[in-house]
Design a protein around this ligand. Structure first.
Ligand code: SF4
Length: 361
């Protein structure tokens, strides 16, 4: 069994380490690139959303490199994510003999456990359970590291140094073999990033980054928006996290401690009163929370044609108008230009910095 799976931000390296530790052969795919996007677009229905196209592209790259087993995810709910597994199975199996495993996000823990038991028959139950727990621990540590980078980089004389330290630390955490090593690495790297901060500097402007799940988590898809912002001296808070999601969808959901719809509905009211699929409710709820907690602007990023986020967009306009906050809406498709995005981002940052200067006078 030679396994491949789709790319999504910093999830890939720890998952690969987990599979290889269980003696499962992994066909590593290169980071998402223009070629991935071209491949995915060529083999996808025209109206498919960008995350579908990118994940199809990465799976095709894996199959071209010799993989014979594909692992994908799909979920129930009111958006196209529910169809990913079925459609990809048809598209990818054309002219190939491959095994296909779909992990349903509504029962992620049991599906993942079953797949690992099948893929690693020599590993005992305890080993599989330990590796699942360890990969969730690593992903949550990577969330914490990314948050720390977004906090310390705009306060540092050289933000790139903080970004590089974070990237180095992420590699170390992904390859760690036990829980204590993950903790000590996270603490050491966070402390190093903190040490680069300038003493006595003004607190930087703070921006809330909300939107569609995959676009927030895959840096290629969002054109490294977080790093672009912190380099311009803006603190960023992203409200969707890979590790937080994996933890909620496996352990919390399995033990009945997680009710996504109820949690976000309460947060989004009165601007959005219904579950609209995807991260729509969460986008509105977290934007509202940010507006009430002193943030200076909101960036809403989503794939072109994503219905949940199009609905959220209207509610976000009302939040921004009521709280007097600048709102930047970025709808991304495969033709989005990096230069165009950078220009819009610079103009937005300029706008919130001027607004802050004005309010300090
Ligand atoms: S949330 Fe939007 S982009 Fe993401 S899978 Fe659903 S429809 Fe597609």
């Amino acid at each position: 069994m030679r396994v491949t799976y789709a790319h999504m931000g910093y999830m890939n390296a720890p998952v690969r380490h987990m599979l290889e530790s269980l003696a499962v052969e992994v066909v590593a795919t290169p980071p998402v690139s223009e070629r991935t996007m071209e491949l995915g677009t060529r083999y996808s229905p025209e109206g498919a959303c960008l995350p579908y196209k990118i994940s199809t592209g990465t799976l095709l790259e894996g199959l071209d490199s010799g993989a014979d087993t594909v692992v994908t995810m799909c979920g129930a709910g009111k958006c196209r994510f529910g169809f990913y597994g079925t459609v990809q199975k048809i598209v990818l199996a054309r002219g190939r003999k491959i095994a296909f495993h779909t992990l349903d996000t509504e029962r992620l823990l049991t599906d993942l456990y079953r797949f690992l038991r099948q893929a690693a028959p020599a590993a005992g139950r305890l080993a599989v359970a330990k590796h699942i727990a360890l990969v969730i621990k690593k992903l949550r540590a990577l969330d914490a590291l990314n948050d720390a980078k977004n906090f310390y980089a705009p306060r540092a004389a050289n933000p790139q140094r903080v970004i590089d330290t974070c990237d180095y630390g992420a590699g170390e955490i992904a390859g760690s073999d036990d829980f204590a090593e993950v903790n000590s690495c996270r603490e050491l790297v966070t402390e190093t990033m903190r040490s680069y901060c300038r003493a006595g500097a003004h607190p930087p402007p703070k921006v809330a980054l909300v939107g569609e799940f995959y676009l927030l988590l895959e840096p290629y898809a969002n054109r490294w928006i977080e790093n672009a912002l912190v380099r311009q001296g803006v603190e960023v808070k992203r409200f969707v996290h890979t590790g937080g999601w994996a933890y909620a969808k496996t352990l919390l959901q399995f033990f009945g401690f997680f009710d996504e719809e109820r949690e976000y509905l309460a947060q989004a009211r009165p601007y959005l009163n219904h579950h609209v699929g995807g991260e729509g409710l969460k986008s509105v709820g977290t934007a509202l929370w940010s507006a009430r907690h002193g943030y200076d602007g909101i960036i809403h990023i989503f794939p072109f044609g994503c219905m949940p986020e199009v609905v959220a967009r209207y509610a976000l306009k009302n939040v921004a108008a009521d709280y007097g906050l600048p709102l930047l809406t970025l709808s991304i498709d495969e033709h989005a230009s990096e230069v165009g995005l950078a220009t819009r981002l610079e103009a937005f940052v300029d706008c919130i910095k001027r607004k802050n200067q004005g309010s300090r006078l």
